[in-house]
Ligand binder design. Structure first.
Ligand code: FAD
Length: 397
């Protein structure tokens, strides 16, 4: 490809993988990555784990050493935020007025934390998406501090585990009666609740934060039942929304970009990958957003292959991991589609696996403390899908 080359909007995992794959597969045209942040592309999972705990240096989170970009002819535009996409003229408009012309474009702007408007504006209310967020949160996680976490999803749970390790007092406030129940079902949700309570987290369920009391800083969260939680700092971990508002007027969705199995949007030469994308899932015949590392990595590489006219093949089963209290939790497949779940092992000993079944076939699995079981589980689930699918899914060329 000659001309303006590839522009990647978003210097996260999906963007990085796209650039690496282009170069590895011989593309020698211009590749530019727009990074809204000032950091070179870095990995986010350590932010709620080692970086927050102080056991992983910030510098160790970079995907590649700084010189890799110059050596591979990948131009990083740091502190460059895309504000507009004009598909007719193939231009991306930046904050500040500059415009970039693209031959092929990858939208990889990830997700942005959902906010709780009643907590906006307080100095000690945090979210956790970026290195800057982690730095800010870390300075407040001192021994004896009282941390209130709003939301018992994976980010909230990982921060709870890390904060306890720093001798912080943790109260986790969850609106659902059972954490994670919509994703993993009530039985496993109860297991997660038990895990945190055993470790010393005060977990409030069916609890809704209504407003905050304090001056510049929140001192007390008031809950809908009239009770309150006194705190020194707050983490809001209530999920993310696709960071795609900048696409308004482009013809693409501003609440996530729908793509086919290979990452193509409805616009010519425009692809999307990672947390900003809503990919077509050929196993269930519907679009789904997969906000996990494995999917972002695969989708970024797949988009690069499509740009080069190669077939990336069908996407692997979605999967993710979480590390809490020294235990590795892994999940593969779509557990929320399961009709029943069977547990094998020792849940109390944090050593078990759960298989989610639909129509008699395994469609998802979760393991706790059993990393070696995942490949076999993945194979079983793949086999279940294959037997239920009349024809191999065709990936458009
Ligand atoms: P991101 O990594 O978010 O990158 C998007 C980039 O785009 C960002 O750098 C952003 O600044 C930039 N950007 C946004 N808007 C613009 C714009 N308009 N112009 C230019 N640039 C822009 N997944 C797991 O499977 N296991 C885990 O244990 C795990 N832990 C996690 C812990 C934390 C704290 C977080 C935040 C996520 C974690 N994840 C985990 C999820 C995983 O990191 C994400 O799924 C992955 O980072 C998504 O990659 P992405 O490239 O789509 O988006």
């Amino acid at each position: 490809m000659t001309g303006p080359g590839v522009v990647i909007v978003g210097g996260g995992l999906a963007g990085q993988r796209c650039a690496e794959t282009l170069r590895r597969r011989g593309f020698d045209g211009p590749v530019r990555i727009l990074c809204a942040e000032t950091e070179a592309p870095y990995d986010r999972p350590p932010l709620s784990k080692g970086v927050l705990a102080g056991t992983v240096e910030e510098g160790a989170t970079g995907f590649r050493p700084g010189e890799w970009y110059a050596e591979h002819g990948v131009e990083l535009l740091r502190g460059a935020r895309a504000e507009r996409l004009e598909p007719e003229s193939r231009r991306v408009g930046l904050a500040g007025g500059e415009e970039l012309h693209y031959g092929k474009l990858l939208i990889a702007t990830g997700g942005a934390p959902r906010r709780l408007p009643s907590l906006d504006g307080f100095e000690n209310v945090h979210c956790l998406r970026s290195l800057a967020d982690a730095r800010r949160l870390r300075t407040e996680l001192t021994a004896g501090a009282r941390l209130a976490i709003v939301g018992a999803g994976f980010i909230g749970q990982e921060v709870a585990a890390t904060a306890l390790g720093l001798e912080v007092e943790v109260t986790m406030i969850e609106a659902l009666e059972t954490p994670l129940a919509p994703i993993l079902g009530a039985e496993l949700g109860r297991w997660f609740a038990g895990l945190h309570r055993e470790e010393g987290v005060r977990l409030l369920t069916g609890a809704i934060v209504q407003r905050a009391l304090g001056g510049d800083r929140v001192e007390r969260l008031l809950l809908a039942d009239g009770s309150g939680v006194d705190c020194d700092l707050v983490l809001v971990g209530i999920g993310t929304l696709p960071a795609t508002a900048w696409l308004a007027g482009s013809g693409l969705g501003t609440a996530g970009v729908e793509v086919d199995v290979a990452g193509r949007t409805g616009l010519p030469d425009v692809f999307a990958a990672g947390d900003a994308a809503i990919q077509f899932d050929h196993r269930f015949g519907a679009h789904a957003r997969t906000e996990h590392w494995d999917a972002a990595a695969w989708q970024g590489a797949a988009a690069a292959k499509m740009m080069l006219g190669e077939n990336p093949g069908p996407p692997p089963l979605p999967s993710f991991w979480s590390d809490q209290y020294g235990v590795r939790i892994q999940c593969v497949g779509h557990p929320h589609h399961g009709e029943a779940v069977a547990l094998e092992g020792d849940p109390a000993g944090r050593d078990f696996e759960a298989v989610f079944v639909r129509g008699g076939a395994p469609i998802a699995g979760m393991t706790v403390g059993r990393p070696r079981s995942i490949p076999a589980l993945r194979k079983r689930i793949e086999a279940g899908h294959e037997s239920g699918r009349p024809e191999e899914e065709e990936v458009p060329a």
